[in-house]
Design a protein around this ligand. Sequence first.
Ligand SMILES: Cc1cc2nc3c(=O)[nH]c(=O)nc-3n(C[C@H](O)[C@H](O)[C@H](O)COP(=O)(O)OP(=O)(O)OC[C@H]3O[C@@H](n4cnc5c(N)ncnc54)[C@H](O)[C@@H]3O)c2cc1C
Length: 511
Amino acid sequence: MTPAHALPARIVILGGGAAGWMSAAGLATALPGTAVEVVESEAIGTIGVGEATFPSIRQFNQLLGIDEAEFLAATGGTYKLGIQFRDWRRPGTHYFHTFGDFGPLTGPMALWGQFQRLGAQCDGGLGEFCLPTVMAQHGRFQTPSAGDGLGARYTYAYHFDATRYGAFLCQLAQQRGARRTEGQVVAVARHADGRVRALQLADGREVAGDLFIDCSGFASVLMGQTLGQGFVDYSPWLPLDRAWAVPAARAGDALAPYTRVTALEAGWSWRIPLQERTGFGHVFSSRHISEERAREQLLAQLDAPPLDGARLLRFQAGHRERFWHHNVIAIGLAGGFLEPLESTAIFLVHNAIGRVIQLLTQSPAPQPELAAEFNAQQTRQYARIRDFILLHYCLSERRDSAFWQHMTQQALPDTLAYKLHAWRETGVLHNYDDEGFDETSWLAIHTGMGHWPQRTSPWLKEVPVAFAQAQLAQRHAAIAQLAAHMPRHEDFLNTRLAGTRRARPPRGDTP
Ligand SMILES: Cc1cc2nc3c(=O)[nH]c(=O)nc-3n(C[C@H](O)[C@H](O)[C@H](O)COP(=O)(O)OP(=O)(O)OC[C@H]3O[C@@H](n4cnc5c(N)ncnc54)[C@H](O)[C@@H]3O)c2cc1C
């Protein structure tokens, strides 16, 4: 479609981390007539973490025409069916946040509603009625089938090495015409009206552009330092501000098709299985635990020897006041960050790129209106994701440390308080605009944390008990049977990788 207004002739991206190269690949593909240039500094480097993703990355890769097997081979990637939460409700408990389906969510046959009514007579928890949850339990993986049967009603994401993903997209973006410039930006030249004119590099070169994408990471060189956009601080709600990260050898066990996050004394740890290694990290609140004790707690989580020393990262939850100001758009860490509990950072990057492309190509409005719309959407989305992350904490029964007492007793944002009320009082999963997570995700967390409605639709009781029981039993059996016949995650992955040039060498210690 030809846009009704002029597209920028030159887009300059500052930063060559995952956000910079995702932006370059997306823009070079969608706007072939526009010159795209990425300025990055090897001396500064990238953040070098980020391993778990969200299912919509598949659409982003598809838009770029990326072959899944090649992508998995290039990034050391594995498949992800969701996240297992351990010790969150209280120590010793676990539940699964699925990328699947729990059957009807409303009406007389709402599956969760019939389960709540008759669950005592069912084997296992609500997760037994969700195919990818059962697949994950048994270490199985297969891509969804065609059609609309049970085997088609789930999606999946990936675990991968974000640095290798950046390098993979760097190659792809350059093949599509993007240009790479190595150099450190030391000053920024501006027009009289405040717009950015050019980036000035340490060696004296200038890189001029019409539109600038700030992907400079936490430094936020353009949006923060140059344009002075303040920071909307979420740390009063989300005080976690540090992370230790360490790669470990692959454990001898089967390759898990899910991320595992375990609640700890003052935060939580992640375990992310990649092809050649397992990523571990501990995200914590430095107000509630010392860095050294947090490091020890991380090392105690490892199930195989570390491959390197643990690295400490510092961050603050929140986002820039504006994501688009003058002719600068901040994407990735330069725009904001929320703790990586639900793997939302890379999701926010490709979502933002999609919005920018849509606004640039489809809207006839001049730039200030585009910027205002983009800022409103991004701000809402960060707030929605903040609420979803807070949900994991506020429902916990843990009170065993100062951190958990704080996280369970603090005042909540009104938007989240209303959602909790609607679910508890009426069994309604309320949705706002620009949600990052759909009703199924909210349901998985509410029920996984033991938070069930006190009142539900009277229609549920109109369904004869025998009929509802038969429906539940039928779904339970069908899911168990489907999962039992699926390949092990590792076998499926190896078959997928077998045709690629960079197929993984066989592992000596595979059982
Ligand atoms: C502890 C932790 C865990 C995370 N886990 C996940 C996860 O599981 N899933 C997920 O989706 N995300 C995760 N993230 C976020 C993820 O790492 C980032 O969103 C992603 O890597 C993109 O980073 P970026 O490109 O915005 O920034 P960076 O990787 O920091 O890149 C910044 C770029 O800007 C360049 N640059 C900066 N200043 C200058 C300058 N003056 N001149 C020239 N170049 C400059 C740098 O050289 C670099 O190329 C995590 C983040 C943290 C902190």
